[in-house]
Design a protein around this ligand. Structure first.
Ligand code: RB5
Length: 142
């Protein structure tokens, strides 16, 4: 499974830390930026990440901005994208189990780094439950 990661300037430092954790733990990552703390626009980086998922080059994504809100709003404009802006380990797990989220959004100005890393770990390890949850997803997503 390939994971695309992206951030704006508000999420850049957290992206670098999470990327290092993913790398050390053997994950296959594509980083589509941003690559510094210079101010950028989060929709541009949400779109870069989403496009790799839509093309099938990556299966999961992690998007980080100041709050996670802008990234999730921008990413969720695409029908097959289910981007979950999660606030803790429980919501990260549930976004996989019940919502089959294919993108995890994180707020770098909201979350402690240790919590964010644990959310990523749990999110990647948790499977979708399917069943009634699949029927619900098919009402709004592919
Ligand atoms: C950038 O200052 C900030 O607005 C952005 O990172 C994000 O929080 C938007 O939702």
């Amino acid at each position: 499974m390939k994971i695309v990661i992206a951030a704006d300037h508000g999420g850049f430092e957290m992206k670098e830390l999470i990327k290092r954790w993913l790398d050390v733990n053997g994950h296959d990552i594509t980083d589509v930026g941003c690559f510094s703390i210079d101010s950028v626009d989060y929709p541009d980086f949400a779109e870069k990440a989403v496009s790799l998922i839509l093309k099938g080059e990556c299966q999961m994504g992690i998007l980080i901005c100041g709050t996670g809100i802008g990234m999730s709003i921008a990413a969720n404009r695409y029908r097959s994208i289910r981007a979950a802006n999660c606030s803790n380990v429980f919501t990260a797990r549930m976004s996989r189990e019940h919502n089959n989220a294919n993108i995890l959004c994180l707020g770098a100005r909201v979350l402690e780094v240790d919590t964010a890393v644990e959310m990523v770990r749990v999110w990647l390890e948790t499977s979708f439950s399917g069943g009634r949850h699949q029927e619900r997803i098919l009402k709004f997503s592919d």
